[in-house]
Structures are given as C-alpha cells and as structure tokens.
Design a protein around this ligand. Structure first.
Ligand code: GLA
Length: 348
C-alpha cells in the first residue's frame, strides 16, 4: 500500500510517502532529502519495531548535516582530501567542512534539499524522487539529474535505486546513511548485534582525519574480519590504531562480490531476532558503528548515545576521486549510471 502525507514546515510543504506491505512492514520516506525516516517491522514476538534512528520532527531534517540520519548523501559520500580534485585537467574546489577536507559533500548536501516527487506507483509500492543539481553545485562540474527510487516488496526488501545522468563528467558516489538498530531505534547499544560481512579487505585510514592511505589491506587477523559472524562489540575495543583513529569502526570495506542476489552483510538484533541482509552492486561499504553519537535527541523522545546505531553505507571508496588505484567514481557525460542497494528484513 502507498499513502502520502503532506506536512507544513517553515520552508514549505513536505511530502512523506508511506509504503507498507502484507507482512506488516512499512517504511516512511520523505521528499525532504529523499530521506528514510522510519522502517518498521515485526520482531520475533510479533511486536513492531522501528529499526532506524531519526529526528522527532521533519523540520530537523533541514539541518541534517551532523548525524545524517536516513540521509541520501551526494554527490560524493564520505571524505574528499583537501576538498579538491582534478578531473580532465581541471581542478575543482568543494567545501571544507571537516578540517581541511570535505565530508559528505558539505553543508549544502542533497539530504537538506526538497526533491521532486517524480512518480508514485501504487501497484509496485514504489516512489521516485528527483533532484536537479546544476553545474557548479557544491563545486562539482556538470548538471546532474539524480533520481532515487524506494520500493518495498512483499518479501520485505527495501530497494533503493540511484539513477544518474550529467551533461559533463562528474564524480558521483551517492549513499544512504541510515543508522540501524535491529533491537529498535531506542534500545541502546548495537554492540551485541551479530554481524557478518563478505569483505576480505579494507582501506586503512591515515589518522583521525579518516582519509584512506590508499592501501588495500587484507582483514585477516584484524578486528575488521567479519567474514564469520561475530558481535559488533567483540573486537571494537582492541588496541588497534585503526580503531583508535575513529573511536571504533568507521572504515570502508571492499565487497568480495558486489551483486544484488547474494547479501554482502547480515546483521541480527540480539533482543528482537530481526535480521537485516544488505545487497548492492557498488564496490564498497562504509561500516560505521555510531561512534560519534553523543546523547543525540531522536524520535519519540529517544536519546541516541555512542554506538546506538550502525550504518552500512554502500559507495565508491572514500577519496576515490583522488586515489588512482581505487575504482573510479566518475560518471561519464551523457551516460546513465544506475546503482542499487537493498535492505531486506526477516526474523532469524
Ligand atoms: C560517516 C562518517 C563518520 C561520521 C558520520 C556522520 O559515516 O564516516 O565519520 O562523520 O558519517 O556523523
């Protein structure tokens, strides 16, 4: 089922879309930022749990530039070193919003914009949002048209599809920045969740700036080895410089086999039995263990503290535009690119 809800804000009318299926699962997405606001599903006792963190009011999403709850991030997710890059012989400067570097494309991120509701398709439970990002927007070249489609299927898959075209070559690495807590958004630490990742390598960071060194390192024998299920907390406090730089996990892992049929990640909430499987055809995932949450006010009077949520941000690798040995995030002029990430829920 698909329903819409109009909300008056200080910046005009916002449209939220509620998609629900015959399994009692539902999501709420908003044309404010093409944001995922709620993701409700039944736990092992049949109780509905909202498994994503978020703000209490829609108004707060206009300034979603700190936690990025549920955000659609673009043009480039993650860090760009020195907030600059060269493309086709030209140098481009973007905003420095994290020291000397850029994080998530700066203060005017796509998650703070009002997107067009381009189409609603009740028969397949799907909504498409569209954003026109002019040449020079955020400092990037080319007029980019980005469409994000959310679809909720009857087998509990939330499919997020990105479709993009630009009139000039431009870097593009969009992501969804939802924080999951499979025990329920207000249930505290995620450290006892089980997690498994089909990722045999990761990109270490230089220091607390979180800029990758450019190396690709095997996870074997490191806390980053989630190839067999273990709790998120098992190794998180190890004395390991990579974890110390970021106060926990906040690193890009290379997916062994990015595809839409085999999950690259499986996580289970220890209290609810809610299982999340994630699929993508993008090459990397930023696994972030919510290290910088600090008693942040959230939905229904919740307070989100350190490690109360985790993100699986599918993307090209951080700083890829400045790192020749990483897969290129460049979208070629007048070519359409399409990426998809699927979050599927069930009961373990
Ligand atoms: C990303 C980054 C983190 C943090 C969050 C937002 O996941 O990798 O370091 O900045 O966004 O708080």
């Amino acid at each position: 089922m698909l329903q819409t809800q109009e909300i008056e804000t200080t910046k005009g009318t916002i449209t939220n879309i509620i998609l629900s299926n015959n399994q009692e699962t539902s999501v709420v997405v908003s044309n404010l930022g093409a944001t995922l606001l709620n993701f409700k599903t039944q736990d092992k006792n049949g109780k509905l749990q909202d498994i994503v963190l978020g703000f209490d009011t829609i108004e707060e999403y206009f300034s979603n530039t700190d936690t990025y709850f549920g955000a659609s991030v673009g043009r480039i997710a993650n860090r760009t070193e020195t907030a600059s890059f060269s493309l086709n012989g030209e140098t481009f400067q973007i905003d420095k919003n994290e020291g000397d570097n850029n994080l998530h494309s700066g203060p005017n991120g796509y998650q703070t914009r009002v997107w067009e509701v381009e189409s609603l398709d009740k028969s397949i439970n799907q909504v498409t949002f569209k954003l026109d990002s002019p040449d020079g927007d955020q400092g990037y070249p080319g007029h980019l048209t980005l469409k994000i489609t959310y679809q909720l299927t009857d087998d509990n898959q939330l499919k997020i599809t990105y479709q993009a075209i630009s009139d000039k070559d431009t870097p593009l690495s969009p992501t969804n920045h939802s924080y999951f807590n499979l025990n329920g958004h207000a249930s505290g630490s995620i450290e006892n969740h089980l997690l498994q990742l089909n990722a045999s390598a990761y990109t270490p960071i230089k220091d607390s700036t979180s800029i990758p060194t450019g190396q690709i390192v095997n996870v074997e024998g490191t806390p980053f080895d989630f190839r067999h299920p273990k709790t998120i907390g098992q190794d998180i406090n190890q004395t390991f410089d990579q974890l110390q730089f970021a106060s926990g996990y906040d690193h890009n892992l290379l997916l062994d086999d990015p595809n839409l049929q085999t999950a690259f990640a499986t996580a289970v909430g220890d209290k609810t039995g809610i299982k999340l499987e994630a699929f993508t055809n993008l090459p990397g995932v930023q696994f972030y263990s919510g290290n910088f949450l600090n008693n942040h006010p959230g939905k229904n009077q919740a307070s989100y503290d350190k490690r109360h949520g985790f993100c699986l941000e599918t993307q090209f690798f951080p700083n890829a535009i400045n790192t020749p040995n990483f897969p290129s995030p460049v979208l070629k002029a007048n070519e359409t690119n399409s990426y998809q990430t699927i979050y599927k829920v069930s009961i373990e």
